[in-house]
Design a protein around this ligand. Sequence first.
Ligand SMILES: Cc1cc2nc3c(=O)[nH]c(=O)nc-3n(C[C@H](O)[C@H](O)[C@H](O)COP(=O)(O)OP(=O)(O)OC[C@H]3O[C@@H](n4cnc5c(N)ncnc54)[C@H](O)[C@@H]3O)c2cc1C
Length: 296
Amino acid sequence: MRVGSVLARFGVDVSIVEAADRLLPNEEPEASETLETSFSSEGIAVHTGEQARQVTSQDGSFVVKLAGGTELLSERLLVTTGRKVNLSGLGLESAGLDSSRPFLQVDDHMRAADAIWAMGDVTGVAMFTHIAIYQSTIIAADILRREIPSAQYHAVPRVTFTDPEIGAVGITEAEAIAAGRDVVVVVKQLTATFRGWMHGSSYGYIKLIFERESGVLVGATVAGPQAGEMLGMLNLAVHAHLGLEALRSMIYAFPTFFGGIGEALGASGRGVTTVIDPTYQGVKLLDQFEADLVAK
Ligand SMILES: Cc1cc2nc3c(=O)[nH]c(=O)nc-3n(C[C@H](O)[C@H](O)[C@H](O)COP(=O)(O)OP(=O)(O)OC[C@H]3O[C@@H](n4cnc5c(N)ncnc54)[C@H](O)[C@@H]3O)c2cc1C
């Protein structure tokens, strides 16, 4: 996607084919909506929910046939369908490890077996450089027999470096529901924030997932300009188990993109633009949610 959007800005006619029903199936739907709106405005043709079934080469061009029958003719084809860990051929069995598994099983100090540690993509936690770096610090401390906290993955940040960017941390609303967790969801359109309006953004979202019982922030997504940078404070909040109280009572610099987080929570005093997922009955619920927390 990132490469596609760069090429489109160089004037290339770009089509993106995605088998899932949206561009970023593992992230919040609002993230995909933001990208799809932005891509469409730049002339990128987005085919979601369409599987590429067949590719043929014809006079130096490619014809990509989609499951629905559509045929896309292109001069260049970039296939980016994901990566897989391959444990075979490493001789892991000689150390008593199972190479038929999709990932190398490690404990919370990254130990795979006696005197064998593993880190990064091979552990199957999340395929990001920062996960490999984080795990490497745990391994180094373990080798030096230093006492350090075990690995924790409740606040894994994820940034999609498109323009606009998508930044996310912790769990999504769908993951919370699938896990049976009782959450309150706050959604704010970036256009309805001071900075979003000044920037002239016509798309973008801030979405916050709070655990209802404790008020703790357990997940967050920002879709829009500088979303990866905005994610910083939300990353800290999820990591440190901060909640509505901390996020609502802090002072936000005006007019910043991250100030939109305060606006989403009514911290700016305007209190009129907070939107909560309609299934949660609107603003009233945020007030009720806060009242319940105060009452405890
Ligand atoms: C196109 C692309 C863009 C990405 N962008 C980002 C990003 O923006 N941010 C981010 O956080 N992550 C990004 N990632 C993911 C990131 O690159 C990986 O998560 C990260 O490199 C994982 O580190 P690693 O050490 O586990 O594996 P690698 O970095 O893949 O290192 C594994 C090394 O092991 C070597 N190796 C393999 N088999 C053997 C063997 N038998 N003997 C010896 N050596 C061997 C390989 O050659 C390789 O050098 C991106 C990945 C791709 C493909």
